[in-house]
Design a protein around this ligand. Structure first.
Ligand SMILES: Nc1nc2c(ncn2[C@@H]2O[C@H](COP(=O)(O)OP(=O)(O)O)[C@@H](O)[C@H]2O)c(=O)[nH]1
Ligand SMILES: [Mg+2]
Length: 343
C-alpha cells in the first residue's frame, strides 16, 4: 500500500539543473495469519520530467520489482522458534519464499488451532501434505510406452545422452522393447561415439541425422522398432537460432514424447531462460539431472510450480542404467525433506 507521496526538488547549481522527483513510500503488509505483521517499508523515487511510455513502463517495473523485493525480505521472525529450523532448511534447499510461507503458515495455523507445539516429525508431516497438494495436479512418471518416439531436449552437458541411455536400457531390459536411437547431435564426433557406445552395449541400431532428410530416412529404417530414442545436440539455447535449427531438423508432429532435461546444478534463473526458449516445443515433462551433485534441490519444485510442468525422471549419478529414478511427488518431496529431520 502507498503510505505517502511527496514532490521533492533536488538542489541544483544556483537554482539551475533542479530535478523534480516524486517520492513514494510504500509498505507491504503480511497475510493475516502471521501475528504482529512484519512491517517493511522502502522508498522509491519516480522522476516526473519528460516521460514517454517506455520510461513509465520501466518505472512501473522498478516499482514492481521493489514490491517483490519487500515481499522477499519477509523473514521468518513472525513464526515461533520451533518452526525456524524447518523453514531455514527449506530456504537453504532453495525452495521459493512463497512455498516456504505456505508451509510455515499451515503448520503455525494448525499449532494455534490445536493449542500445542508440533514435533519435528509432525511438522514434516504437514509440510509433506501442503507441498504434495501443491503439485497434485501435475503429471509425474516416466515414458508411457504409448508413443513411438522419445525425444530429449536441453542445454549442453546436462546429461541428455546419458539419461536417454538409462531410459533406453530400462525399456530394453525391463520391458523387453525393441529400441533404436537417432542422434541429431552431429556437432561433436565424441557425442556420436558416446551414443554409439551405449547403443552397441544394448545391441540397438543408431542412425545419425545431419539434416531433416536424414531424419526421415532414419525413421523409415527403424519403422519396425517399438521405441526410438532421439538424442539432440547440446547447444547454447540461450540463442534463439539454435532453437530454430532444432525445429527444422526434428519433426515434432510425430507420435512423440519430448522431455526437457535440466541439471539441478544450474542456476535457477538460467534454467528459466532455457525453459522460456522451449515454450514453443511440446515439452511433456522435465527430467532433472545431477541431483547427486547438489545439496539444494528446491529449484525443481519452484520450476514445476511456475511452469506447471511435471517431472518424468530425476537422475542421481553417472552409472548407466542404474542412476535414474522415475519421478513421483512423494519420492521427490521425500528427497527434498530428507535432511530436515536433522536440521
Ligand atoms: N553426477 C552426475 N553426473 C551426470 C548425471 N547425468 C549425467 N552426468 C554426467 O554429465 C556429463 C555430461 O553428460 P552427457 O550425457 O554427455 O550430457 P549431454 O551433453 O546433455 O548429452 C557426463 O560426464 C555424465 O556422466 C547425473 O545424474 N549425476
Ligand atoms: Mg549428448
Amino acid at each position: 500500500m502507498i503510505l505517502s507521496s511527496n514532490v521533492i526538488t533536488s538542489k541544483g547549481f544556483l537554482g539551475f539543473f533542479q530535478k523534480k522527483s516524486v517520492e513514494v513510500v510504500a509498505g507491504f503488509d503480511e497475510p493475516a495469519i502471521i501475528p504482529e505483521p512484519a512491517f517493511i517499508s522502502k522508498q522509491a523515487s519516480l522522476s516526473v520530467e519528460s516521460k514517454n511510455d517506455e520510461e513509465i513502463k520501466n518505472e512501473m517495473n522498478e516499482m514492481k520489482r521493489l514490491l517483490q523485493e519487500m515481499r522477499q525480505s519477509v523473514s521468518f521472525s513472525n513464526f515461533p522458534d520451533e518452526l525456524k529450523p524447518l523453514l531455514t532448511y527449506l530456504e537453504n534447499q532453495g525452495l521459493s519464499k512463497e512455498l516456504i510461507l505456505q508451509v510455515g503458515n499451515e503448520i503455525f495455523g494448525q499449532m494455534k488451532e490445536n493449542k500445542k507445539d508440533f514435533s519435528k516429525e509432525e511438522q514434516l508431516q504437514i509440510a509433506m501434505t501442503v507441498l504434495s497438494k501443491e503439485f497434485s495436479e501435475l503429471p509425474f512418471g516416466g515414458i508411457t510406452f504409448s508413443r513411438k518416439f522419445i525425444n530429449v531436449l536441453g542445454p549442453t552437458g546436462v546429461g541428455k545422452t546419458t539419461t536417454i541411455a538409462k531410459i533406453a536400457a530400462r525399456a530394453l531390459l525391463e520391458h523387453k522393447k525393441k529400441i533404436g536411437f537417432i542422434t541429431t547431435d552431429t556437432y561433436r564426433i565424441a557425442a556420436i561415439e558416446q551414443l554409439r557406445t551405449y547403443a552397441n552395449l544394448l545391441q540397438a541400431p543408431v542412425e545419425i541425422a545431419y539434416n531433416s532428410n536424414d531424419f526421415e530416412d532414419a525413421i523409415m529404417k527403424m519403422k519396425d522398432l517399438d521405441l526410438i530414442f532421439i538424442d539432440t545436440a547440446g547447444r547454447n539455447y540461450k540463442e534463439m537460432k539454435f532453437v530454430d535449427d532444432l525445429k527444422r531438423l526434428i519433426d515434432f508432429s510425430l507420435d512423440m514424447e519430448s522431455f526437457l532435461v535440466l541439471s539441478v546444478t544450474s542456476k535457477e534463473e538460467d534454467m528459466k531462460t532455457i525453459i522460456n526458449r522451449f515454450t514453443s516445443f511440446p515439452v511433456e515433462k522435465f527430467i532433472f539431472t545431477k541431483v547427486d551433485e547438489t545439496g539444494s534441490i528446491g529449484p525443481m519444485f519452484n520450476l514445476m510450480r511456475q511452469y506447471k510442468i511435471g517431472t518424468a525422471y530425476y537422475t542421481d549419478g553417472q552409472e548407466v542404467p542404474e542412476d535414474i529414478v522415475e519421478a513421483d511427488v512423494d519420492k521427490m518431496l521425500k528427497l527434498l525433506l530428507a535432511g530436515a529431520k536433522h536440521a
